[in-house]
Design a protein around this ligand. Structure first.
Ligand SMILES: Cc1cc2nc3c(=O)[nH]c(=O)nc-3n(C[C@H](O)[C@H](O)[C@H](O)COP(=O)(O)O)c2cc1C
Ligand SMILES: CCCCCCC(=O)C(=O)O
Length: 341
């Protein structure tokens, strides 16, 4: 690629060049056959946009309110682990990039900078992500989240154990120290069976956690739902997230906002997800590729790129605000098929 990257896919190319193969494989890979990984991207290509023309689009406003926080666009940085494997400044640089773009930063508990380091690095609105960890780890995380001004807790519910990422197993992927666990478990977790990320998981996750224990839902403390398949890193052959988004939106009946992630690489993808009912989207790998390529600047450039592309899509589709984006602005494959019958 000659010159500066002009889209997210070109940022991935840059990241692939600068990262050691073992880390590029870790960030880019999915579970087993990687069917779902490809589908997360391909399913977006099967959705087409139905623009409105001759609309006054001289002013486009992408801003929105997510769980009470006004942001510049319906974009959130997805919680992803191990940012220092992409760049020495790790999650601190990512959070600063998010803050510069005025979007929400999702921080994984399995980050390489501590929650405290991220919190003191910038003014980004921050959400902390947790797995169903053993109780003492969860209690510690909640107390620190409150103390450090995290505004929401994202509970990742699809990980009673870790998905099988075969590249990591072959590469004998070594997890970096996940510093938030310091004092809670041995951060020297090791395994002789390939990826030691699995050793971390085995030591910290509570696989018995189930619906019986999720009193939170009954108590009404669930403020939102994220439609996600973990970037296709857990159970392979689950459907592309964009293909099930609408079904979830219907089931939720507007009781809480529905957020979305998986395979967003273009502003048109964000537009499609909003048209199918998402309040906002989370972006995982593209942010990591920006971080790997250029640190904080790269994170900002990736988010700005997606914002610019969304703005362009809205203008060309005749939508001045995110609320103007409706279900009738997209056609799914099923609808096109039915039209032909
Ligand atoms: C390298 C990597 C690490 C991730 N780590 C976590 C994690 O620690 N916790 C979590 O809930 N999700 C994690 N995810 C899933 C993301 O939150 C998100 O669902 C996914 O990246 C969205 O798909 P995308 O990468 O296509 O945007 C991770 C994803 C990637 C690619
Ligand atoms: C308890 C360690 C788990 C790390 C998982 C990171 C992750 O969700 C992913 O790589 O995907």
């Amino acid at each position: 690629m000659a010159g500066e990257p002009v889209n997210v896919n070109e940022f991935e190319e840059l990241a692939r060049k600068v990262l050691p193969k073992i880390y590029y494989d870790f960030f880019s890979g999915g579970a087993e056959d990687q069917y779902t990984l490809k589908e997360n991207i391909e399913a977006f290509r099967r959705i087409t946009i139905r623009p409105r023309i001759l609309v006054d689009v001289s002013k486009i406003d992408m801003s929105t309110i997510i769980l009470g926080h006004r942001t510049s666009a319906p974009i959130i940085v997805a919680p992803t682990s191990s940012h220092q494997l992409a760049h020495p400044e790790g999650e601190v640089a990512t959070a600063r990039g998010a803050a510069a773009c005025n979007v929400i930063m999702g921080v994984a508990f399995t980050s390489t900078c501590t929650m405290e380091e991220v919190a003191s690095s910038c003014k980004a609105v921050r959400f902390i992500q947790t797995f169903a960890f053993k109780r003492e780890i969860t209690a510690n995380m909640v107390q620190r989240a409150e103390r450090n001004g995290f505004r929401a807790i994202i509970l990742t519910a699809d990980t009673p154990r870790l998905g099988r990422k075969e590249a990591d197993i072959k590469n004998k992927m070594i997890a970096p120290p996940f510093k938030n666990f310091e004092g809670l478990i041995s951060t020297e977790a090791v395994s002789d069976k390939g990826s030691n990320v699995e050793a971390y998981a085995a030591e910290t996750l509570d696989p018995s956690f189930c619906w019986k224990q999720t009193k939170a839902i009954e108590a009404g403390v669930v403020a939102g739902i994220i439609v996600s398949n973990h970037g296709a890193r857990q159970l392979d052959y689950t459907p592309a997230t964009i293909s099930v988004l609408e079904e979830v939106v219907h089931a939720v009946q507007g009781k809480v906002p529905v957020l979305f992630d998986g395979g967003i690489r273009r502003g048109t993808d964000i537009f499609k997800a909003l048209a199918l009912g998402a309040k906002a989207v989370l972006i995982g790998r593209p942010v990591i590729y920006g971080l790997a390529a250029k640190g904080e600047t790269g994170v900002k450039q990736v988010i700005d790129m997606l914002k610019n592309e969304l703005e362009q899509t809205m203008a060309l589709a005749g939508c001045c605000t995110v609320d103007d984006i409706t279900r009738s602005h997209v056609n799914t494959e099923t609808e096109r098929f039915l039209c032909r019958m």
